[in-house]
Design a protein around this ligand. Structure first.
Ligand SMILES: Cc1ncc(COP(=O)(O)O)c(C=O)c1O
Length: 392
């Protein structure tokens, strides 16, 4: 059987691979603390779970519109108004099977073979795979701790060529949990806009980012670049990873193109997940999500203090998501060896930097603090013992 070159060229998603190995060790009876996946431990808000149960009463759950339930698109629009003070026309909101499906549809809609697309290094690994599956040339832009591992207006300009047709940015980012300052993002979007290039801004962690001193949520890019393409999801802030539901906001001119692709690729996102997700936007559910955001903040402090105590250096502290990117070069191990040994010897699953690109990849490791405080404390204790065993 012939397997496509495209499929064979796709790299392994190491976070998932380490997750798989951790699951195997668990099956053998070991207690593994999984800090390798970006998966909130809370699950969906209670009202959503209740709504999901009520929907399982034998009623038919037919396909919805390929663009998503109109009521859900309306609720998402209201969420932008309420949380970010921005009006987003529900007609521009497309509900998808997770942000992953939005990424697939968008790359299918926007990318031709040989187009160059700017992507920061390190960044979410699947973006590179989506782009290269459609033949695009991924222009990885090296970042550093000084730029919070994010691209800057200058680095975007320096890496631009006459073949560049777009750029992809996640803010806050996976694997670092760091954000691009608004002024910098404005400049980047303006530069791309002036060159008729698209800009996909992945805001999947935006609602898990710190609020300012006045208690305001961080700005969405749509506040200053209404033609930017935005990705978001029910997976992270709403804790609904396995429900497979997300959305994107696209310029009006792209809606029918996306609709055509969505009809062909997916027919529609999960009907039951969409109906249940309506309950995400009640005052009670939003209060639960905000409470959880604060719990993540406490866990972040716990992890940062723990890593400091152990002597594992964090070059840039996160301001959102639930990731810490830390430096293991002091151990003399590569990040890959570190993760393998920590999994085998300390039974803690982490993700090596190689998943996210090349920049500092051999020396850095991602820890996801989307686990209970108890588990995090225990994981830090195990890491400390592991570090002591190395120096002994
Ligand atoms: C930056 C980023 N974008 C997109 C996704 C995909 O999320 P989902 O398909 O669960 O919505 C993830 C998942 O971890 C992510 O970290």
């Amino acid at each position: 059987m012939k397997i496509s070159e495209r499929a064979q060229s796709i790299s392994l998603f190491f976070a998932m691979e380490f997750g798989k190995r951790a699951a195997q060790l668990s099956q053998q009876g070991h207690h593994i603390i999984k800090l390798s996946l970006g998966e909130p431990d809370f699950g969906a808000p209670p009202e959503v779970i209740e709504a999901g149960k009520n929907l399982m009463d034998g009623r038919p759950l037919p396909y919805t519109s390929a663009l998503g339930l109109p009521e859900l698109r309306q609720k998402i629009s209201e969420f932008y108004q309420k949380t970010h003070g921005v009006y987003v026309d529900p007609a521009r909101i497309i509900v998808t099977a997770g942000a992953s499906a939005a990424l697939l549809l968008l790359t299918a809609a926007l990318v031709d073979a040989e187009d160059e697309v700017i992507v920061g290094d390190p960044s979410y690994p699947c973006n590179r795979q989506f782009l290269s599956s459609f033949g695009a040339k991924v222009k990885l832009v090296t970042t550093n701790a000084a730029s919070k591992y994010q691209v800057t207006a200058q680095s975007v300009k320096d890496n631009w060529s006459d073949k560049t047709t777009g750029l992809m940015i996640a803010t806050p980012s996976n694997p670092t949990g760091t954000s691009i300052p608004v002024a910098e993002l404005k400049q980047i979007c303006e530069w791309a806009r002036q060159r008729q290039a698209w800009r996909i801004i992945d805001e999947i962690y935006l609602n898990l980012a710190d609020h300012d001193e006045q208690g305001h949520a961080p700005q969405t890019v749509l506040a200053f670049d209404p033609e930017a393409i935005v990705i978001n999801s029910f997976s992270k802030y709403f804790g609904m990873t396995g429900w497979r539901l997300g959305w994107c906001v696209v310029p009006e001119s792209m809606v029918s193109i996306m609709e055509n692709l969505a009809q062909n690729y997916f027919i529609c996102p999960s009907t039951i997940a969409q109906h249940a997700a309506l309950a995400c936007f009640s005052d009670a559910s939003l209060a639960v999500c905000e409470q959880r955001r604060n719990i993540f903040l406490e866990r972040r402090q716990l992890v940062l203090e723990g890593l400091k105590r152990i002597g594992l250096f964090v070059p840039v502290e996160p301001n959102g998501a639930f990731y810490v990117y830390f430096d293991v070069s002091s151990t003399g191990l590569s990040s890959w060896e570190f993760c393998e040994r920590v999994l085998q010897e300390a039974h803690v699953a982490l993700t090596p930097g190689q998943d996210f690109g090349f920049c500092d990849a051999n020396t850095h490791v991602r820890l996801s603090y989307a686990a209970s405080a108890e588990e995090l404390k225990q994981a830090l204790q195990r890491l400390e013992t592991f570090m002591q065993s190395l120096s002994a």
